[in-house]
Design a protein around this ligand. Sequence first.
Ligand code: GGG
Length: 343
Amino acid sequence: MSRPVRIALIPGDGVGGEVMAEAAPCLDWAAVRGRCLEAVPLPYGAEHYLATGETLPEHAFTALRDGCDAVLFGAVGDPRIPDGRHAEQILLRLRQGLELTVNFRPCRPLLPGFQAGLDLEIFRENTEGPYCLQGTTEPGRAVDFAIHTEPAVRRLLETAFQRAAERGRPLLLAHKANVLKHGHGLWLRVFEDLRPQFPGVATRTMHADALLCALVQEPKGFAIIAADNYLGDLISDLTAAYLGGMGMAPSLSWAPHRPFRCAALAEPVHGSAPDIAGQGLANPVGMFLSLALLFGHLGWEPEATALEAAVGGALQTGFRTRDLGGTHSTTEMGQAVRSRLGR
Ligand code: GGG
């Protein structure tokens, strides 16, 4: 018998626990359908940190890296820890420590009558740029470094090129090499270097500021967009608006070079939203769609398709959480999705 796919569940902070509670039963549904899996709940987040002083201890990171296949993550961020130290040591540690270079953020709207037919995919580098967390604050001066290494840039761009080739769609690289000459100069060089390997892919590069303006004016003029960590974060937060808001936006990160057993992490794009946490107001759709991306990544296409269709069905029949202008609670939306899976 093949070993079970082990999926670590880390709800994290704020609304993370609420959206996790809605999506996690879909793992039982997949298991009932015959997928051999094991869920591994982990407590790491603000509450655990405040109670124990532990963020993500090294032994737990190693056990997860070597003993799990993927992570389903909620959100981190808590006003009781204003410097966000625990968030860095949990989420950024996972992204960087597992070398999850690729962060995939699709934008395919599901709300009826809203941006129908839009099909954007953002490939965001996930471990470097200014998110390397190196810098200093001195009297009257603050410095944040941004690191871009050729292996990570190449892995991200190769993945985006492969996707563009598979889907027969154009690929655009967003950059600011006119100002960030060193880092984004490297991105342009690697992009140019890879182009001959994908002769069927139409390519374009664009300054990120001009791209943001054009994405607002004419989103259907774009297809697959690759960018560094910082720009990719901003671009995909903008495109989340075309889905109906941050609560609707899914993401999947993975390590194309598979250095460790644990090579994928699914999480909604939204953060912990402490202002609405604990009130049943969070939208679980981004979490459901992230899990659907993870199912697809595991090769469980029927489950990925069924879960995405269940979300689409719930939205078609009028289920709306408050961020979408409705009155349904997190649980009502979750039940509406799961009932379409027979759960
Ligand atoms: N699921 C993405 C996530 O948790 N990102 C961390 C983040 O943006 N935290 C800030 C916040 O929660 O406001």
